[in-house]
Design a protein around this ligand. Structure first.
Ligand code: F6P
Length: 373
């Protein structure tokens, strides 16, 4: 019997989402004879039954396009903002799934989406997920699409900052996205030859950063590029975050827990000010003029790189094959040149962080990059 499948994109957008939608959709229709329905604006589209028929005409010409033709949102099935309230809409989503006679639903998303997908799986739905994010922090997959393109954009930015930093004998601090993980700053820092790379996994000491800039000056290099992950923390900030996380874990009352959780959120949301403070601090400690560049959402925009197009197409078409074989409840993870279906229970709620002995960290150290530690 002909299978019906649904697709949605959820969480922050990134490059390669349309390539993945196309990969799933074309393989599902053309190879396996399925019909494919798109749900708009993330999980909200499932609540409102807001759909798009993803026929071949719609899937044509989207491979190279940035963003997502389906739209996206950060709405969660169990905490959906509805008319000023936050409501549990899981039952409504189950009804929509049944109304559309779906055999499987593909959720293309990042870390949050994996958790939401598991919730829907536990509500009885056949769910598969595809790993997308520029942050590269999804547990269980070698890599996620969006990452390669964002590394390219951040690297080009570092390249361009070099000539202006050099002309003015300045320090230029460049803040790079990545949420709580340092993958993007680390990869772009290596590729762009940043002199200092600061990532959340390696808390930094401002004195050590200053020292490494002064060493460059002594060696006749009058400028420095500092690549700072948005989640980077000084040793003192890391201690503050650990204390708050402990407080959250050991809180005696719901209020205490809520307060610790809010303080943590506020701290992480303040990254731009924190990076600005670091820039000013370095100007003081080194006596060298300093400037700050925040790359922000530029890193998520525009056309995907060739590598991301290939990855999204590989994972998308493999996803359609898995559905045809009756396999669900999994993340379609990239493993080497192949794919590996990973049970959602094994990956949801976990984060892939940069390990201190990761080869990228050691190779950066070997070419003289400072991590401020
Ligand atoms: O997860 C992708 C990401 O771009 C992170 O790097 C960043 O912290 C976050 O999304 C920004 O989210 P928003 O687009 O909602 O501001």
């Amino acid at each position: 019997m002909k299978k019906n499948i649904g697709i949605l994109t959820s969480g922050g957008d990134c490059q390669g989402l349309n390539a993945a939608i196309r990969g799933v959709g074309k393989a599902a229709q053309d190879e396996f004879g399925m019909s494919v329905t798109g749900f708009c604006d993330g999980f909200r589209g499932l609540v409102l039954n807001k759909t798009m028929e993803l026929d071949n005409a719609l899937l044509s010409g989207i491979l190279t396009r940035g963003g997502t033709i389906l739209g996206t949102s950060r709405d969660k099935p169990h905490k959906m903002p509805m008319g000023g309230k936050s409501l549990d809409m899981v039952d409504t989503i189950v009804e929509t799934y049944e109304k559309n006679r779906l055999d499987a639903l593909v959720c293309i998303g990042g870390g949050g989406t994996q958790k939401n997908a598991l919730r829907l799986k536990n509500a009885g739905l056949n769910i598969l997920t595809l790993p997308k994010t520029i942050d590269n922090d999804i547990f269980g997959t070698d890599v996620s699409f969006g990452f390669d393109t964002a590394v390219g954009i951040a690297t080009e930015a570092i390249d361009r900052l070099h000539s202006t930093a050099m002309s003015h004998n300045r320090i230029i601090v460049v803040e790079i996205m990545g949420h709580r993980a340092g993958w993007l700053a680390l990869a772009a820092g290596i590729a762009g030859g940043a002199d200092v790379v600061l990532i959340p996994e390696i808390p930094y000491d401002v004195d050590k950063v200053t020292e490494s800039i002064k060493e460059r000056t002594s060696a006749g290099k009058q400028f420095s590029i500092i690549a700072v992950a948005e989640g980077a923390m000084s040793v003192e900030q890391a201690a503050y975050v650990t204390a708050l996380a402990d407080k959250k874990k050991t809180a005696n009352t719901a209020e205490e827990k809520k307060a610790a959780s809010q303080a943590l959120k506020d701290f992480h949301a303040d990254h731009v000010n924190s990076t600005l403070r670091l820039t000013r601090q370095l100007e003081e400690t080194t006596g060298q003029e300093s400037r700050l560049t925040i790359l922000g959402h530029l890193q998520r925009g525009g056309s995907p790189s060739a590598t991301d197009r290939v990855l999204a197409t590989r994972l998308g078409t493999a996803c359609a094959r898995l559905i045809n074989e009756g396999e669900t409840g999994v993340l379609v993870a990239a493993r080497g040149d192949g794919v590996e279906p990973m049970p959602l229970e094994a990956i949801a709620g976990k984060k892939k962080l940069v390990q201190l002995d990761h080869p990228w960290v050691s190779c950066a150290r070997r070419v003289g990059t400072s991590f401020g530690d």
